[in-house]
Design a binder for this molecule. Sequence first.
Ligand code: MN
Length: 494
Amino acid sequence: MSGAVKLYNFWFLVGSQHLYGEETLRQVNAHAAEMVGGLNESGSLPCAVVFKPVLTTPDAITGVIREANNDPSCAGVITWMHTFSPSKMWIAGLSILNKPYCHLHTQFNRNIPDAQIDMDFMNLNQSAHGDREHGFIGARMRLPRKIIVGYWRDEAVVKQIASWMRSAVGAAFSRGLKVVRFGDNMRQVAVTEGDKVEAQIRLGWQVNTWPVGDLAGEMSKVAEGDIDALISEYGKRYSAPSFESPPIRYQAREEIAIRRMLDSEGARAFTNTFEDLHGMEQLPGLASQDLMGLGYGYGGEGDWKTAAMVAIVKAMTEGMPGGSSFMEDYTYDLTPGNELSLGAHMLEVCPSIAADRPRVEVHPLGIGGRNPPARLVFEGRAGQAVAASLVDMGGRTRLIVSEAEAVKPIYRMPNLPVARVMWRSLPSFEEAAKCWILAGGAHHTVFSYDADAVMLEDWADIMGVEFVRIGRGTTYESLKKELFMADLAWKLRA
Ligand code: MN
């Protein structure tokens, strides 16, 4: 399940024109190659940057963009105008560009060489000038694009490129994502519904249903030896008094069968619901948790949008240390001035966000009418995090991201038989919850310590999804106006 990020690269497109003569163009090429080398050697980028020879004609620009469009390993293009590149030359190419687009506004030299600067130097080092011409055509063509400004060797600039690369990888992953639904959504629930056709047109997701009976059939084919092998994997990752209990073996059987069905469909996310477990003795708990830990997306109660978002966030943050999980806002601790949310789910929280080694425990489940399932129990780690919810507004989707500060749970909660996470919402409990409810954010989220609001906003911009951030500096009054204006704007756009 790993390696998705490294499969991709980004093309560095440098524009110029023939006016400057061969010597200047030779220098532009040499500088661009040095910058690509420097960026790749920084060690801070998740994907490689690929140098492309300087572009000086409309045909060359259109040609390279056509190649980028057709290369499945190219996840986006980064443009920079070392000299002046008249932007009408870019119209044909940019009008067919179907990859994420970043305009890096930088310059080759950090400082102006006081004693040496002359008109030749100025003509070569004029991105302050050329990038404005390039920016205009992006604005004039209404192209969604990421703009990064600063000196290319600076860590802050490289970090922004790295983050945007991950957003772009998330976009590529999204466009190929298949979600398997075992059964339908939980009856009567609104927020887990949505337009699957619109989701496929806009986001690329193929969301289809498989009968739970097929899964039960697949489970009956799982060999005891395969269960033994998975149990020994559990032993490496988790602790338990004994792994040889029937409920743990049953979860292993479920996990193997679910994974086989997902892999045979090429699917990277799935849903199920406690209301539809025909032929199954336990709701998958440990099974779903371990699959999330391996990188699969999951959504409870048929929540295919959150399942897809969990998979996408896991793919875009691959290799990062924090972890990401399916999550649900459950209950609050309302101490004045220190209000905290307690997040959990019936069972399914991903072990990637555990502070310590998760324990396998078996407890009865008061819902669904099946046998007590094995599940992983742990505390989530402390740290900066976001909770993200994609909702269907009718005609468009809206991604709502709430910034949070996860804390070590302030209570032991010895009788709570599920994994739990505690966090403080920003800017405050009251403001954050009011804004979340106003915007229509769900009770289900993807909770990530690796993705931040900027990474998710860039992904939303690439996908053409409305984005709402709730965090530092957010006020209810300004958000109310923002949502009102956005509603008008999105209606005009559609
Ligand atoms: Mn739920």
